[in-house]
Design a binder for this molecule. Structure first.
Ligand SMILES: NC(=O)c1ccc[n+]([C@@H]2O[C@H](COP(=O)([O-])OP(=O)(O)OC[C@H]3O[C@@H](n4cnc5c(N)ncnc54)[C@H](O)[C@@H]3O)[C@@H](O)[C@H]2O)c1
Length: 363
């Protein structure tokens, strides 16, 4: 481990600082390194192979260097996942191992994406309690011990039937009815508590449904991703929500730029530690009508399931004016731009892989 660390360390110095570096000058080494560390954080992403993690790693690596962003998860990475920077196994339920990673890799920021999402959480409540609540206890305790900046995403699922739904303000009644939502309110409150009590640099954004060409992880807003895959592949889609179910949404690029901007916002600007962010709100009917401008023969049928009940208790429109006021949040993508981008992304990234899989399955 020591040899590996020294290798990474010198690699980092040589890439970031100077090519002809005198390794024997340890004082200079320490100074240069400390100055550099002040501007280039080392970041650990948990649950990094999910819908948000890999895209987030790409953005952070572009800004901070490949080797400064460590992706981790408990699932097996693809060659593509391994291509651009370090990947390690990290189970967020294993505190000692997480502690070792933070020390060995000298982590400064922790982006905690591991979670069981809303629909999956309802199917296995005990596991959701462990991953979403116990796992969160582990990372927040680590962040406190090692003085890390920690980002934990929350969600529109942190609201419930007693919350005002249109619009849903930043501070209001929450009382969600899913274990996913309960665990996210717990994370918000514990994070704020650690911030006030221990001065922890806890940051949290409540994201709406995030739409990207990567397969979604079992949430209630997944229909807005699946319809592009199924629509382009088979020209038909069966929707599990009623046509008029309005939910807040955002394209992945907006989600990641909110995350990046918020992570870098000076702390004096943050009047809160938990902010709503959103870009648009639409119903399945409105989304499908925009998609048929690109795929005119798209056939849609509706067969609502238990996710309809979840969606009916969530915000229709998220009010994010506090994020816009405090740290300048602005979205770029509205519904027509989102549909254009998704058709392009799914055609470029998803369809070729899917066809390759189909061909290989006959071999
Ligand atoms: N995708 C969205 O629309 C959306 C919206 C709001 C908030 N969020 C939040 O963003 C985060 C990431 O969401 P996502 O869509 O990428 O989720 P995802 O389900 O695609 O990915 C979650 C990852 O967590 C990993 N994981 C599960 N158990 C683990 C464990 N014990 N240890 C380590 N990793 C484990 C999974 O392997 C998976 O790769 C979640 O916290 C989610 O609540 C997502």
């Amino acid at each position: 481990m020591f040899a590996r660390n020294s290798l990474q360390f010198s690699h980092r110095i040589s890439k970031n600082v100077t090519k002809s570096f005198d390794v024997s000058n340890s004082l200079l080494l320490r100074n240069v390194c400390d100055n550099k560390r002040a501007v280039t954080p080392r970041i650990l992403i948990t649950g990094g192979l999910g819908q948000l993690g890999t895209e987030c790693a790409k953005l952070l690596r572009k800004n901070y260097g490949n080797e400064n962003v460590i992706l981790s998860d408990i699932i097996k990475p693809t060659e593509e996942n391994l291509a651009n920077g370090p990947f390690i196994f990290a189970d967020i339920l294993d505190f000692k191992n997480l502690q070792k990673i933070v020390v060995d890799y000298r982590i400064d920021w922790l982006i905690h994406f591991s979670a069981l999402l809303s629909a999956v959480g309802e199917q296995n409540v005990p596991l959701a309690v462990r991953v979403n609540i116990e796992g969160m206890h582990n990372v927040i305790e680590l962040a406190k011990q090692y003085k890390l900046r920690i980002f934990i995403p929350s969600t529109i699922g942190a609201f419930g039937p007693d919350s005002p739904r249109n619009p849903t303000p930043n501070i209001t009644i929450q009382r969600p009815r899913t274990i996913y939502g309960v665990s996210k309110v717990h994370a918000e409150l514990l994070g704020e508590y650690y911030h006030h009590r221990f001065d922890l640099d806890f940051r949290c954004l409540r994201f709406p449904g995030v739409i990207s060409s990567d397969p979604p992880g079992g949430g209630t807003t997944d229909y807005a991703v699946a319809v592009f895959h199924e629509g382009l592949l088979n020209k038909k889609y069966e929707c599990y929500l009623e046509p008029c179910t309005r939910l807040p949404m955002m394209y992945i690029e907006d989600c990641l730029s909110a995350l990046f901007q918020f992570l870098n916002a000076p702390k004096e600007k943050l009047q809160r530690r938990v902010y709503n962010v959103t870009a648009m709100s639409f119903t399945p009917e409105e989304l499908f009508s925009e998609i048929t401008k690109h795929i005119p023969d798209l056939q849609i049928t509706y067969k609502p399931d238990s996710r309809q009940y979840i969606a009916e208790n969530w915000p229709q429109v998220l009010d994010d004016k506090e994020a816009r006021r405090d740290w300048g949040w602005q979205h770029q993508y509205d519904l027509p731009k989102l549909v254009n981008a998704m058709i392009r992304d799914v055609r470029t990234h998803f369809l070729p892989k899917h066809r390759l899989k189909e061909v290989n399955s006959y071999v």
